[in-house]
Design a protein around this ligand. Structure first.
Ligand code: LLP
Length: 438
């Protein structure tokens, strides 16, 4: 059967029956580790990091950085891999920051995001030697200044700027992004205002500017438009305030394949195009191109992950709908419930069978919105005990998992070089009651 399996790390066993991931038979992995089960292909994660680093260095030179947006998938082993691959990271909470710290990640190479960092967060991050705060609002600017002053240090910061680009229509909108909860809009004058305020803070060193316009973007045009607006702002700030932007972080957002109809991103080509555009634009504006940073999350880890489930029951309501219930659900994958996100699914233990029954794959939460995916094709013979594999679940799955209905979260099993190991163990029902004080 000639199927598009989305990514080169997905294949079918020689006898045509079983879904394989990172060269390993998923039915063996399900037997060994149980289900529901998150699998992560460590070799693919490393390959994605290397592809990014090569692409940005080729396009922008040695000063370019790649900061993994660790909200996509945050656990200790992940930060070790990022450290080993020479990546920076972005963290958005002290939880992510502390996990990175515990993994021995050098926090001098980390950015701290979030639109609401508490005084405690700020102190904790400084205590642990965070490299950069990405300042999101005016109150935060002064809070970071106060904490740096109390410690007698100079803290590096970036300012989060809202360039007013809508990634889905590709239009530069003059007002559309003014209502964003993140950052300072250029259009309203807020960005220029905060830059002037930041520049005079005695304990802050404003290294540059940050922006992030969206996610699951395939078209480099979005980044060109963003760069166009941001470089113009950078040039204006140099002329008007003598501010030299050393570092320009253009955010993350590159798309990945959830469906066969999704395009394959030519990362190297995309970066080359963005690099050429930025160099030309900077030259036209008479400024030096700052060091450029990218902040990919999804495109580093999404197709390095998949989820395996066991079928519990199949409920056919003739002329209406067929339900296939699996042993996980919105607790380990909330993305359909939250965003209507699409997925590619297979019966992992019967890849040779025609997937010819239209069905809705649902989880086991007491909620009808607990849907992994509606209207997918699985074999009509699928039954209790069979395995369902969902592809492209490495980003925003484990990191968005919950204990709704007091369900336990799956383990993360890493695959590398034909071996597997547990990076995050399966939660137990005792973990669920461990916090209760009474
Ligand atoms: N930088 C910033 C400041 C961000 O807010 C994000 C994502 C990224 C980088 C990484 O973007 P990526 O390369 O992963 O697209 N939960 C949603 C995605 C939310 C993304 C939020 N910000 C999902 O499951 O699709």
């Amino acid at each position: 059967m000639n199927r598009d399996l989305l990514c080169e790390n997905v294949s079918v066993s020689k006898d045509g029956q079983h879904l394989c991931f990172a060269g390993m038979d998923t039915t063996d992995l399900a037997r060994q580790y149980g289900t529901p089960l998150y699998l992560m292909d460590e070799d693919r994660i490393r390959a994605c990091c290397r592809a990014y680093l090569t692409a940005v260095h080729d396009a922008f030179g040695d000063s370019a950085r790649v900061m993994y947006a660790s909200k996509a998938s945050s656990f200790k082993r992940m930060y070790e891999i990022m450290r080993e691959e020479g990546m920076g990271v972005d963290v958005v909470s002290v939880g992510e920051l502390y996990t990175a710290f515990k993994a021995g990640f050098p926090l001098s190479n980390a950015y701290f995001h979030s639109n609401n960092k508490t005084d405690e967060d700020i102190a904790f991050a400084m205590e642990h030697g965070i490299g950069y705060f990405v300042v999101d609002n005016e109150e935060e600017l002064y809070a970071v200044e106060r904490e740096a002053a109390a410690r007698g240090i100079t803290q590096s910061v970036l300012l989060r700027i809202t360039p007013g680009i809508d990634p889905h229509t590709f239009e530069a909108v003059s007002t559309g992004k003014v209502d964003s909860k993140f950052g300072f809009a250029i259009d309203t004058g807020a960005a220029e205002d905060i830059l002037q305020k930041a520049m005079v803070q005695p304990h802050l060193s404003v290294k540059g500017l940050h922006c992030h316009v969206g996610s699951q973007v395939f078209d480099s045009e979005v980044f060109l438009l963003t760069a166009d607006v941001m470089l113009q702002f950078i040039a204006d700030m140099k002329v008007r305030h003598g501010f030299v932007t050393e570092l320009f972080d253009i955010g993350g957002g590159f798309g990945v394949r959830y469906l066969p109809s999704d395009p394959v991103l030519d990362l190297h080509g995309c970066m080359a195009e963005i690099g050429a555009f930025m160099k030309q634009k900077a030259a036209a504006l008479g400024i030096d191109l700052p060091a450029v940073a990218f902040e990919p999350g999804r495109s580093i880890v999404a197709d390095a992950g998949m989820t395996l489930y066991t079928v519990g029951n199949v409920k056919c309501i003739p002329e209406f709908i067929n339900y296939v219930s699996i042993d996980g659900g919105m607790t380990d994958n909330v993305r359909y419930a939250l965003y209507g996100a699409p997925y590619t699914l297979f019966q992992a233990n019967a890849m040779n069978k025609p997937h010819d029954m239209t069905c809705t794959v649902v989880g086991r939460c007491c909620e009808s919105g607990d849907i992994i995916q509606p209207d997918v094709k699985l074999p009509a013979t699928i039954e209790r005990g069979d395995l369902v594999g969902v592809l492209t679940t490495g980003a925003y799955h484990y990191s968005m998992a919950s204990n709704y209905n007091r369900l336990t979260r799956p383990p993360i099993v890493m695959l590398s070089g034909g071996d597997s190991y547990v990076a995050v163990r399966r939660e137990t029902i005792d973990d669920l009651i461990a916090l209760y004080q009474k």
